[in-house]
Design a protein around this ligand. Structure first.
Ligand code: LRH
Ligand code: MN
Length: 385
């Protein structure tokens, strides 16, 4: 098992550019003061999260929300601010042509258009130096009989095969699954099994992305994590938390114990080792709370869950498990979970020249007042839904 300090230091979290922009629900997208107006301002805000946590060195982009004329300029800007551009997220869920699907659409013209967008995202990766193309398909149906479920899988496979062939040696594709929404009868990539099957069919550069908000209530996500790590196909997490559906709340906020159990399987399965290639990304929307603080809190929540997971006494656990001592085994895990790791995390930050309390440090920095004063006029960034 990884030791405490190495594990914490290896944990690199990727924040999503869209978390800094306005977001909401179908009922209302609330605006907030100081919200970025362009990808450069989003990257600047992401750099603040890294500056105060020391654990968020990359920021994921979403195309076209983060489209710029020259991505090398954005990559250089990110580097000047101490961060790197991370996964490139394609978007084939916001165009009228995709009413009946994107790469699974019955209309070959629409499939061509969607596939060309995915290929464009790989072109962008070549410029930004990003390793990962992240694909989430909203594709699905709303009524039985609406389309042929098997034919849709064939179309998906055809498009993914073309994109896979375009990937460079050091590039990967992450296939994200989601149980439902916006489709309400079938979703073409609804669960980890479907994503896994497509990834295995494509090849070793295709990995599964586990969004913690994309499962049926009661799903044991840590079991899925253990299985994907065992199969060498856990490519990434989209971390967030939920009380009901895809709520996209701060990771660990709704269910910190679940996050701990997930991070325990990551640690136990060797997934914290950078060589394992697991990307720890946040995918959240701060609809009502201050966005940069929300991201800092989220990074801290993942750090806390990981720190507790690293404290599990693996030897004692294995001994109790081998003896069939159910309660003793459970107690070993609960002892780690019930440990207050905040003082050790504060010390870990101070050892790195960081303030022990990132939220207090950020609030004291005056950054928010600065951007609230500067970012007046222009159009605030959002999902554009
Ligand atoms: C879909 C999703 C996907 C992103 C989007 C912002 O629900 O999780 O990862 O493209 O949110
Ligand atoms: Mn996601």
């Amino acid at each position: 098992m990884t030791d405490f300090t190495t594990g914490l230091t290896d944990l690199a979290i990727e924040t999503p550019s869209w978390a800094y922009a306005n977001s909401g629900t179908r009922f209302k997208v609330f605006t907030q003061r100081g919200v970025p107006r362009d990808p450069f301002e989003k990257v600047a805000d992401a750099a603040q999260v890294h500056a105060f946590t020391g654990a968020a060195p990359t920021v994921a982009l979403h195309i076209p929300w983060d489209r710029v004329s020259d991505y090398s300029v954005l990559a250089a800007y990110a580097a000047e601010h101490g961060v790197r551009l991370g996964a490139i997220n394609a978007n084939v869920f916001q165009d009228d042509d995709y009413l009946l699907g994107s790469v699974t659409n019955p209309d070959p013209r629409v499939r061509r258009k969607a596939t060309d967008h995915l290929l464009e995202c790989v072109d962008i990766m070549d410029v930004t130096g990003s390793r990962d193309l992240k694909l989430w398909f909203s594709d699905g149906t709303n009524y039985p009989g609406q389309d042929d479920l098997r034919a849709r899988q064939d179309r998906l496979s055809e498009a993914m095969t073309e994109v896979y062939a375009r990937l460079g040696d050091d590039q990967r594709v992450l296939l994200e699954y989601k149980l439902f929404e916006p489709a309400f009868y079938t979703t073409d990539v609804p669960d980890w099994g479907t994503s896994f099957l497509h990834c295995v069919a494509l090849g070793p550069k295709a990995m599964v992305c586990v969004d913690t908000g994309h499962h049926a209530p009661g799903t044991n996500i840590e079991f899925i994590v253990a299985m994907l790590l065992r199969a060498g196909r856990l490519g990434a997490f989209d971390f967030n938390s939920r009380f009901y559906a895809d709520d996209d709340l701060m990771v660990g906020a709704a269910d910190p114990f679940q996050l701990f159990r997930i991070m325990y399987e990551v640690v136990r399965g060797g997934g914290l080792d950078p060589a394992a290639g697991v990307a720890f990304m946040l995918d959240q929307c701060h609809n009502i709370e201050p966005k940069i603080q929300g991201q800092i809190r989220s990074v801290m929540n993942v750090q806390e869950a990981t720190a507790k997971a690293l404290l599990v006494d693996a030897e004692a656990l294995r001994a109790a498990q081998d003896e069939g001592d159910v309660l003793a085994a459970n107690a070993v895990l609960m002892d780690a979970y019930d440990t207050d790791v905040r003082p050790r995390l504060a010390a870990w930050r101070e050892q790195r020249g960081l303030e022990p309390d990132p939220i207090a440090a950020y609030k004291g920095s005056g950054y928010f007042d600065k951007i609230a004063a500067e970012r007046v006029g222009g159009a605030q960034a959002g999902w554009g839904a």
